[in-house]
Design a binder for this molecule. Sequence first.
Ligand code: PEP
Ligand code: MG
Length: 312
Amino acid sequence: DTAEKIAAWRGPGATADGEPVLILANVADGVSARAAADAPVQGVGLFRTELAFLDRATEPTLEEQTALYREVIDAFDGQKVVIRTLDAGSDKPLKFVANTDEPNPAMGVRGNRIVATYPEIRNGQLDALAAAAKGAGAVPWVMAPMIATVDEAREFAGQVRGRGMVPGVMIEVPSAAILADKILAEVDFVSVGTNDLTQYTMAADRMSPELASLTDPWQPAVLALIEMIGRAGEKHSKSVGVCGEAAADPLLACVLVGLGVRSLSSAPAASPAVGLKLGGVTLQQCRDAATAALAATSASGARDAARAVVGA
Ligand code: PEP
Ligand code: MG
């Protein structure tokens, strides 16, 4: 019966007392975007553009990139589309960017950090995004991965605004969470990448199955950082979303909303269960679940505490 209710859920996302929470999809290309558009989601919360670059020996041309971005924007005509600039490096090395011999690639030149050596790659991508947006008559939100400093956020925001788009950054490095208030003074929105935020907060490789109990977004230290980000978002009246796997966990979704998150983006298959769960709880219950989870001293303790407030 729960499975039937999940299958029947159609959105839009909101708590039982009507607080809107956008339920969004993570996509990789035009094909996955068109498939996601058939799911009960209200837009795209994370378009991982680097996936289009990974199998290429050379940088895709401006025209090729523009066509690809246009496909995703068109699949969600008139809806929200959040596009992430290239997050290459570490586990996603690029053949045409020559810094492959780093001893510690997860902490190396990845994400927006390539701008120091290859500004034309990231700025060319922004040109292609602006061309796609113009062609579609859309105003996409564009965010940078792996932002660690306020200066990086400011530089990125200037480049995106200068091309008529809405700038944001991912918060997936602990320093950016700690400085969320100052970063939100520079950009129009943030999206929390809980996969990497957990990895870097816990100093535990997200690819290591042996460390799964550490790479758990229920870890109270991770929740405490998300609380800081949520507070900063409320102070600035700017959008705080989550686009890591944490957004696919219905119980954790309640806690995230209680911490101030107002959009949840994940693989579209997860959205109905998340939407249904949120529709059954009030915003105050979400806040109480968040308070209870934050008071816990372990990930399992945080889960149990949240479950005691909002149910399994
Ligand atoms: C994240 O880090 O949570 C995230 C959404 O980005 P990716 O998984 O692509 O690193
Ligand atoms: Mg990430």
